[in-house]
Design a protein around this ligand. Structure first.
Ligand code: PLP
Length: 535
């Protein structure tokens, strides 16, 4: 099974043809089989670099928090270390030392209670996902050990999070067999409610995870309130449920922009924190960090000691080998920028986010869903989606080269769909101005299209079956909805889910259809076929 889906290559042949490299090779090379013969290095280079031209431009990828620009001096350091394997700690003791320095610097930035001469406890990881797996495993093991010692069952661990958690928490829960109990979101409240989270905690809860910088709208969760409420509950129940902070994006923002915000090891129940070095840590993709409050929070039995590469080395990672460049790059950024440098970068990002939010607000068509305090990003949602939706805006922005994602909120706020622009260091004010200009152009373009897709679809449906005339009424009877669903399903069997009566009961079919991206597309495609592409 191939686990990735590529777009745009569906109908292609099973061979790769090349243009320039035909100077070196006459025959095509197979797409999915190892070629029989070697080809000249120039040809291999040309074939691949030509194909890669069709990838998006990383700098215009406003979907991602991950760093897309570093200084040439750092690029040089990374190139020099490309052939170093980080795990060979005995062979590359200096790289290992740089990693330890990073762990110590970041732990102190997060106010870990580490004495001036003491070593902080933490590890470099591939990203926050690996960091979260490790932190989660430590909580699970600690909880199990405690339950065992008390002679209590230890087979039903759970973790409490908001429904807005990043997918890696769901992975952790599934891979390591921990039940994920999520606090659902509400309309106009898109992060975990600490009160509800604490109510969900029971004796099997290994930890509560708070997010510093929700992936959906960048909002910081109230870790201090969570800490205070949980302290009370722990006191009452005799449990000692801890907190983990997923600071993947916020960990390198809060210390610089909001130094008085208490979210880190200043709060006694916070036992571990992860941060993505490759997000606002300002390093290219491939580095994250996990920091524990102290030695007592990382069960010793999870740490492996290996000696086959030289001297005894403790390791706590999921994989073994990986490149050393990212660690070196992280150390470069930390000493190159220092506190003041990081602060200026973050202030710049914040000012650009504020500018962009104000300009988008001025257009008058959007609600801004990101907050002033939080990750520098702008999340916004159409006030009126009857004419066009966020997905059409995202699709059309692509024509100008911008990659802006459209997506729906987490449960139970899935009826909110939004667009998100992440502001990174390399996103200048000039680019922000251009983006606004292009966004306005896209809106004008969409406005100039026939007025209402839904109307066109309805008309087409009615033409097909006059009995469906009632779809024009806002509230439909269940049979009508079934009938519409029937038509849609004939067109596209994958939208069968629309038939589920509990999905569609009591809401207008227009809203239902608009809320379902897949169904919306199907309606559109159907209408296109019926109306000679007028919509
Ligand atoms: C990005 C992100 C992750 C995953 O981090 P990676 O570094 O991409 O593995 C986890 N949690 C949050 C809140 C994130 O923003």
């Amino acid at each position: 099974m191939v686990l990735t889906i590529t777009t745009g290559s569906g109908d292609c042949e099973n061979v790769l043809h090349s243009t320039f490299s035909s100077r070196y090779v006459q025959t095509s090379i197979p797409r999915f089989r190892l070629p029989e013969h070697e080809i000249p290095k120039e040809a291999a280079y040309q074939i691949i670099s030509d194909e890669l031209m069709l990838d998006g431009n990383p700098r215009l990828n406003l979907a991602s928090f991950v760093t897309t620009w570093m200084e040439p001096e750092c690029d040089k350091l990374m190139m020099q270390a490309l052939n170093k394997n980080y795990i060979d700690m005995d062979e590359y003791p200096v790289t290992t030392e740089l990693q330890d320095r990073c762990v110590n610097i970041i732990a102190r930035l997060f106010n870990a209670p580490v004495g001036e001469k003491d070593q902080a406890i933490g590890a470099g990881t591939v990203g926050s996902s690996e960091a979260i797996m490790l932190a989660g495993l430590a909580f699970k093991r600690k909880w199990q050990n405690k339950r065992k010692a008390e002679g209590k069952p230890y087979d039903k661990p759970n973790i409490v999070t908001g429904a807005n958690v990043q997918v890696c928490w769901e992975k952790f829960a599934r891979y390591f067999e921990v039940e994920l109990k999520d606090v659902k979101l509400k309309k106009n409240y898109y992060v975990m409610d600490p009160q509800e989270a604490v109510e969900m905690v029971d004796e099997n809860t290994i930890c509560v995870c708070a997010i510093l910088g929700s992936t959906y709208n960048g909002e910081f969760e109230d870790v201090k309130l969570l800490n205070d409420l949980l302290l009370k509950k722990n006191k009452k129940t005799g449990w000692d449920t801890p907190i983990h902070v997923d600071a993947a994006s916020g960990g390198f923002i809060a210390p610089f922009l909001y130094p008085h915000l208490e979210w880190d090891f200043r709060l006694p129940l916070v036992k571990s924190i992860n941060v993505s070095g490759h997000k606002y840590g300002l390093v290219y993709a491939g580095i994250g960090w996990v920091i524990w409050r102290g030695k007592q929070d990382l069960p010793e039995e999870l740490v492996f000691h290996v000696n086959y590469l030289g001297a005894d080395q403790p390791t706590f990672t999921l994989n073994f080998s990986k490149g050393a460049s990212q660690i070196i790059a992280q150390y470069y950024q930390l000493i190159r920028l220092g506190f003041e440098g990081y602060k200026s970068v973050m202030e710049n990002c914040q000012a650009n986010a504020k500018f962009l939010a104000e300009e988008i607000d001025k257009i008058g068509r959007f609600d801004i869903l990101s907050k002033d305090i939080g990750v520098p990003l702008v999340a916004f949602s159409l006030k009126n989606r009857r004419q066009h939706d966020e997905y059409e805006i995202a699709d059309n922005l692509r024509r100008f080269g911008w990659i802006v994602p459209a997506y729906t909120m987490a449960p139970n706020a899935q009826d909110v769909s939004l667009l998100r622009v992440v502001i990174r260091e390399d996103f200048s004010r000039t680019l922000a101005e251009r983006l606004i200009g292009d966004l306005i152009k896209v809106l004008q373009y969409l406005d100039s299209r026939p007025p209402n897709v839904v109307e066109a679809v309805t008309q087409a449906l009615v033409e097909k079956d006059p009995a469906l005339k009632s779809v024009q009424e806002p509230h439909l009877k269940l049979e009508d909805i079934e009938a519409v669903a029937e038509v849609i399903c004939q067109e596209d069997p994958t939208s069968q889910h629309l038939r589920a009566p509990e999905d569609i009961k009591s809401a207008s079919v227009f809203d239902q259809v608009l809320n379902s991206r897949k169904a919306f597309k199907t309606w559109k495609r159907f209408a296109l076929s019926k109306t000679n592409a007028i919509c």
